[in-house]
Each structure stands twice: as C-alpha cells, then as structure tokens.
Design a binder for this molecule. Structure first.
Ligand code: NZQ
Ligand code: ZN
Length: 389
C-alpha cells in the first residue's frame, strides 16, 4: 500500500428487514420541511411510499414531493426540482428509490441555494459547491450504484447527448443516513436486478484493475467479487431469496463507498464508455457497462497482465498450472464472460438500441481518464464501441 490518502465516510447505515424503524429518529435531526423525492411509482405499488409517509406524518413533517425522477435523471428534471425545493423552503431531502433518485437528490442538495445553473457549474466545470447544501437521507430500493454511501451524482443532458457524473469532494454531500432493507429490492424486475448486479461487479473491477503495489484494497475487492458472483447465481435462479439479495445489497454498498479505492489510481473507463452509451440510448446503467466491458478489458489486458492473471486465479478459481500468464489472464476474462451470459446481462450495444451511426456521438461523450493500465485514445474508443455493437 504505497499511496497517501485520507479516509472519512460519515453515512450512517441501517441494514435489515426492520431498518425503517430508525427513520423517525433520524428525521428528528433535521428541519420540518421535507422534500420527498421518488421515481416513477414503484414505491407506491409495493407499499414503501405508504410506510414512509406515515412515519413522516407521525414525525410532524411538512411534506413536499418531487416524483417521477426517471432512470438516468435529466438536467431538466433537476431544474424543476430546484424550483419546487426553493418554493417550499425545503430543509431536508428524503430520497426513496434507486441510484437515479439518490443521485438526483444529491444534485438537488448542491443546487437549491446555488444561483448559477448546475449543469455548467457541476457537470461541465466540475466545481465544488460554494453555497449552503441541503442534507440528504436515503431509503434504497434498487441495488447497484452504491449511491447510498457515496458522494456521486450522475446527471444526463439529453440535448447535448452527455451523461456526466460528479463525485463531490465534500463528504457532507453523501447521504447522512441510508436505510437498506433487502426486502424492498424483492419487487425489482429481473432485468433491473441483473443490471444492478453487473454494476456492482464492474465498480469493483474499475478499482481493482489499477496499480502494481501490494494493496489491501485488492484483497477486499477479490472477496467482494466472489461474494457477488456467488449471490448472483442464487438470486438469478431464485430472485426472492432474501439471503442472496441481502448480500448483494451489502456488497453493492462496499463496492463503491470509497473504501476499495484507497491507495489506488482507479480506472473507470468502462463507466466513461457506458455513460456515453447511456446518454445516447437511455439504457439501464449496468447493461451499458456490460455491453462495453469485454472489448475494453481484452484491449488493455496485456498492459496489466499480472493483475488480470491474479483476477483469474483469485476471483474465478482458475488454476495457473500449465498456463502462461497470458493464457491465465485470458481464461479469467472468459470465465467473466460466461458468468455474464449465465446471469443474463445484455452483451452488446445493438440490443440497447445503438448503431454504427451513433459512433461519433458515443466517442464525443466519452471522457478519457488515465488511472487504468493504459490511457486509450479516441480512435481506440471508436474501435471499442464498434466491437461492442
Ligand atoms: O422509477 P421507479 O418506478 O421507482 O422504477 C425504478 C426504475 O425504473 C425501478 N425500481 C427501483 N426500485 C424498485 C424498482 N422497481 C420495483 N421495485 C423496486 N424496489 O428500477 C428502475 C431503475 O432504477 P434506477 O434508480 O434508475 O437504477 P440504478 O439504481 O441503477 O441507478 C442508475 C443511475 O445511477 C447512476 C447511473 O448512471 C444512473 O443514472 N450511477 C450512480 C453512481 C453513484 N452515485 O456513485 C455510480 C454508478 O456507476 C452510476 O453511474
Ligand atoms: Zn456504475
């Protein structure tokens, strides 16, 4: 572990089947004007909305709602939410939903008191908030993004065909608390569950496939990946299996809550490619990652061969006997490909609605980062997208 770093994660977690009972105590810490943020209606169908609003009323809160936060929330929707929060003098934001709702709530938190338009300030210039921010609490209903315990907020600008994430530097943008009840995820459609599973796995890959030093983060990552693989196989066959779903919920949180990136440069190119694909197709986040992953990893494998070989052995249990390092690394990616097919992720961008004509926009929307084993250029990005179609 050769890097220098600081570590602070203040999000308080309540985990398990009775975790909602802690909401009332948390609400007491914040102002009376609560902005309740949720998505397209799943929480009304499965009863979470009724349970949460009953607790809000019992706590004597004035509730204002922002509903209809879509998957891949847009800048337009954010501007609408800012107006509602200002008009109602919101003091606390309660996000009830998946990554989209929680990301959106964090973006609201930094925008309500900010006179400038959030797109320019936070998503083009990547500035940190200079205004007073609103505290956010989360009740998670979809597993994958890790938004429940990090400071990331991804916003899409459909007009500009850009989907951009800002990971805020100040940990007060992280949810102050998150309620993680695995039971809430049991109503998720299989497609969303599988999308989330791949999102978890890829978050770990993005951090694992970087650096050459002996780093505790990599050992934690290998354990998390093995847990995801194990639980995903159970959950795909038996989606109502609480134990498997609860493990997936917990691994998702630890996959992207700042822990396993400590001391690492981290790659994140699959996310940059996937987010651009998301901006052009509006597809489910995890599926966009799945569609571009193998062409990207096969391209950089030789630049990080020892780590890809270690991945094969320690994550997929492949024996190194009678194999060159390269053969072992290739076998690891083949095992990953087989698992992806087994759990049913979308393996190409064509199935997500992309085609050859979109390549220029896809390339234009991809931010190039250099924390992985090799920095790729725009020509290679175009090739990866072509190979992903
Ligand atoms: O809108 P509703 O009706 O609630 O339906 C949602 C939505 O259609 C549904 N859903 C959620 N919980 C449900 C449920 N349906 C039935 N039962 C439940 N319990 O699932 C659909 C997808 O939800 P969404 O929140 O969009 O998915 P996800 O959690 O994957 O979030 C995706 C967003 O998070 C960003 C993505 O880019 C994308 O914009 N990410 C955020 C990150 C972060 N904060 O660190 C990192 C990630 O890499 C990711 O980029
Ligand atoms: Zn992700």
């Amino acid at each position: 572990m050769l890097g220098n770093f600081e570590y602070c994660n203040p999000t308080k977690l309540y985990f398990g089947n009775d975790s909602l009972k802690y909401l009332k105590g948390e609400l007491e810490k914040y102002g009376d004007n609560v902005l309740l943020v949720y998505g397209g209606g799943s929480i009304k169908k499965n009863g979470i909305y009724d349970d949460v609003t009953a607790i809000l009323k019992e706590a004597g809160k004035n509730i204002t709602e922002v509903s209809g936060v879509m998957s891949n929330p847009t800048i337009q929707k954010l501007r609408e939410g800012v107006a509602i929060a200002r008009e109602n003098k919101s003091e606390f934001i309660l996000a009830v939903g998946g990554g989209s709702v929680i990301d959106y709530s964090k973006a609201l938190s930094v925008s309500v008191n900010e006179p400038e338009d959030p797109w320019e300030k936070y998503y083009i210039r990547f500035e940190e908030p200079t205004c007073e921010t609103l505290p956010v609490g989360a009740i998670l209903t979809m597993v994958g993004t890790g938004s429940e315990m990090n400071a990331g907020a991804v916003i899409t600008n459909p007009e500009e065909k850009l989907k951009i994430g800002h990971v805020f530097a100040d940990e007060k943008i992280m949810p102050r608390f998150s309620i993680l009840n695995p039971k809430y995820t049991l109503t998720l459609p299989q497609y969303q569950m599988v999308s989330g599973i791949y999102d978890i796995f890829n978050h770990i890959c993005e951090q694992y496939f970087s650096g050459d030093d002996d780093n505790t983060s990599d050992y934690i990552s290998e354990g998390l990946m093995r847990s995801v693989i194990h639980s995903s196989r159970i959950a795909v066959k038996d989606p109502q299996n609480y134990e498997a779903r609860s493990n997936l919920m917990w691994t998702a949180t630890w996959a992207l809550n700042t822990l396993i990136s400590r001391g690492k440069t981290t790659d994140w190119m699959v996310h940059m490619l996937g987010q651009s694909a998301g901006a052009c197709t509006n597809a489910a986040h995890g599926m966009t990652l799945a569609a571009v992953s193998l062409p990207y990893y096969r391209r950089i494998m030789n630049d990080g061969l020892p780590k890809f070989a270690r991945f094969a052995e320690n994550v997929w249990g492949i024996s190194p006997d009678e194999k060159t390092e390269k053969e072992l690394a290739e076998a690891g990616l083949r095992a990953m490909e087989n698992w992806m097919k087994e759990i049913g992720v979308v393996m190409n961008l064509t199935d997500l609605g992309a085609d050859e004509s979109m390549i220029p926009d896809l390339v234009n929307g991809t931010i190039i980062l250099d924390g992985g084993y090799r920095k790729i250029d725009k020509d290679e990005i175009a090739e990866i997208f072509r190979e992903s179609l």
